[in-house]
Design a protein around this ligand. Structure first.
Ligand code: PEP
Ligand code: MN
Length: 344
């Protein structure tokens, strides 16, 4: 696998049989994947689906560790799952989206992990609630877990048109702003829900500076017992990773600093122009006061907005942006004039 910024975790949605676990892991290891994922206990939306092989699959993951030297990761949803994983030396645990939406379950997992030093990845809750996601992180931190990462796997919605789970990128971005030290992974398999979306979503995640990806891969995806439509062969996975473009996060080129200098200059001019406009507005306020005119002259307001939107459009600025800008400027003008009116 080529050198990338991203850390790739890959493996099947579910561990199905010992053979499927080993065949998939061997193919992934041969393509440079170092961390293997496989669901042992599967939270299914409806009863009757494949609910995972359970603890019987843990020794298979131990084989992956011993024979292939990979780290292994699986999902835990209860204290019992945690105990069984710890008893089998699983390297990394993750908390699934349905579980992180439930503070009782997260607390139960946190309590079971008190005093244990193991990395835990916390998926976003199914609903787009950043505070709930942060709450789950804080519960794990409260239990003394210090190697915590997060996984963005999208948010469920009634309307599943393109994505299985809407990306709503602003939520993980805001999480990163609030907790900048947490490594962030993106799970394009569960966001997209289909193979063809894995590559573009992975690229978007890289462009947004995510630290890594967790992608479902299966030796025979079409025959997978869960999430068949979104799994890819280890070969395809490797191809997808090889196509990723990792852009530098720190810009050091001189041309960029020159452009930034120009932006600063234009911003200064812009501020000076706005301040000048407000001074004129003040004078108009004075005039209106002396002639007992009302501040808001509706026709004039409409004219300014309309003219500005047309002019801005000719200069390549969107009408939406122009409206917002002119309304904000006008609001500040009105405030300035109200101050004048209020003065003796
Ligand atoms: C999974 O990783 O297979 C899984 C069940 O994911 P999520 O919790 O994001 O639905
Ligand atoms: Mn899955």
């Amino acid at each position: 696998m080529p050198a990338t910024r991203s850390l790739v975790i890959s493996g099947p949605c579910s561990a199905e049989t010992e053979e499927q676990v080993m065949t998939t892991a061997k193919a992934l290891a041969a393509r440079g994947v170092k961390i293997y994922r496989a669901g042992i206990w599967k939270p299914r939306t409806k009863p009757g689906g494949f609910e995972g092989v359970g603890a019987a699959g843990l020794p298979w993951l131990q084989r992956v560790q011993k024979e292939l030297g990979m780290l292994v990761a699986t999902e835990v949803a209860t204290a019992k799952h945690v105990e069984e994983c710890l008893a089998h030396g699983i390297d990394i645990l993750w908390i699934g989206a349905r579980t992180s939406a439930n503070p009782f379950s997260v607390q139960e997992i946190a309590d079971a992990l008190k005093g244990v030093d193991i990395p835990v990845l916390i998926k976003n809750p199914v609903n787009p609630d950043l505070e709930l996601w942060i709450g789950a992180i804080e519960r794990l931190q409260g239990a003394g877990i210090h190697r915590i990462g997060v996984i963005h796997r999208g948010f469920s919605s009634f309307d599943k048109k393109i994505y299985r789970n809407l990306p709503q990128w602003h939520i993980p971005i805001e999480l990163h702003r609030r907790m900048p030290d947490l490594p962030m992974f993106c799970d394009p398999s569960h966001i997209g829900g289909k193979r063809e979306l894995i590559a573009p979503l992975s690229q978007q995640a890289m462009d947004l500076n995510f630290d890594g990806l967790i992608i479902e891969s299966h030796c025979t995806p079409d025959k997978a017992w869960s999430d068949a439509e979104q799994q890819v062969t280890p070969d395809i996975l490797s191809y997808i990773i090889s196509l990723l473009v990792i852009r530098d996060t720190i810009q050091t080129t001189e041309s960029l600093s020159e452009l930034r200098r120009q932006i600063d200059e234009v911003d200064n001019e812009l501020l000076a122009t706005i301040a000048k406009r407000m001074r004129i507005s003040k004078e108009i306020g004075q005039y209106k006061k002396e002639h007992s005119m009302s501040i808001l002259q509706a026709a004039r307001y409409d004219e300014i907005i309309e003219k500005g939107v047309i002019q801005g459009g000719l200069m390549g600025l969107s009408s939406d942006f122009m409206k917002k800008l002119l309304v904000a400027i006008h609001e500040e003008s009105v405030r300035v004039q109200m101050d004048i009116m209020g003065q003796k």
